[in-house]
Design a protein around this ligand. Structure first.
Ligand code: ATP
Ligand code: ZN
Length: 224
């Protein structure tokens, strides 16, 4: 279903939402977030913002339901791998890496465990929300493992006896420390990115995207 207005999917509530809204505002997009609306119309440009869970953004782009999206590379790459394994559309265009949402996806183990390198993870059970990214990393280095899929409370899995190690997002490391864990390997350094659907769009929409990109460039440079 094509509309004349450019559709941009952004996280409704969470670590990316404030900075994402700020970026759009600095680019001159005027909008008013009121209530629990799914779609917010920009007042001064043919743009609609779709406020969704971050997990839904890669699929909305890959299915061509929205034109643009802002998403963490961790989530984007996980969903892309998962969809391509199921032979579903998994392509997208990465327009620009943004200057927020920085974090790393790391494997962590018991803080008192001996660790001499990735081979020490051989045969371990790893609790994670990112099984595809863990598999890509472990297959690349040729280490055997099993996963335990958890969508929350990943960091308590070792203590609860559900897994030997975890693979989760880290920014300061405080959560790991609070749970008696230490970072063993960084498997991905992630930031928020602006992505575009591969779907064919009108020349007007494409021109609007180009204008937005130039403004984003200006906003990010002004901050540096
Ligand atoms: P939603 O309700 O939209 O599903 P969520 O709980 O999955 O939200 P958030 O915790 O808001 O997601 O994180 C969104 C993204 O922010 C992450 O996928 C990651 O790219 C980025 N991020 C930056 N720093 C961190 C961090 N310290 N921990 C987790 N995510 C971080
Ligand atoms: Zn999420």
């Amino acid at each position: 279903m094509q509309t004349q207005r450019l559709r941009i999917a952004i996280q409704k509530k969470g670590r990316l939402s404030k900075e994402c809204q700020d970026l759009l505002k600095r680019c001159g997009v005027k909008f008013n977030m009121v209530g629990e609306r799914l779609v917010v119309h920009a007042e001064n440009m043919p743009i609609d913002l779709l406020l969704v869970r971050d997990d839904d953004i890669p699929g909305l782009i890959m299915d061509g339901v929205v034109d643009l999206g802002v998403i963490g590379e961790n989530e984007l790459e996980e969903v892309s791998l998962e969809r391509s394994a199921r032979h579903e559309a998994s392509d997208y265009l990465k327009l620009r890496r943004l200057d927020f949402g920085g974090c790393r996806l790391s494997i962590a183990i018991d803080k008192d465990a001996d660790y001499n390198g990735p081979q020490d993870l051989n045969g371990k059970r790893i609790a994670t929300t990112y099984p595809q990214l863990v598999k890509r990393y472990m297959d690349n280095i040729g280490v055997q493992f099993t996963t335990c899929m958890l969508n929350g409370s990943v960091e308590v899995a070792p203590r609860a006896g559900l897994a030997d190690a975890i693979c989760d997002l880290v920014s300061t490391g405080a959560t790991l420390e609070a749970n008696g864990l230490k970072e063993a390997e960084v498997i991905l350094r992630s930031k928020a990115v602006l992505i575009q659907s591969m779907a064919v769009i009108s020349a007007e929409k494409q021109a609007l995207i180009e204008r937005l990109l130039i403004r984003i460039q200006g906003v990010i440079q002004a901050k540096e």
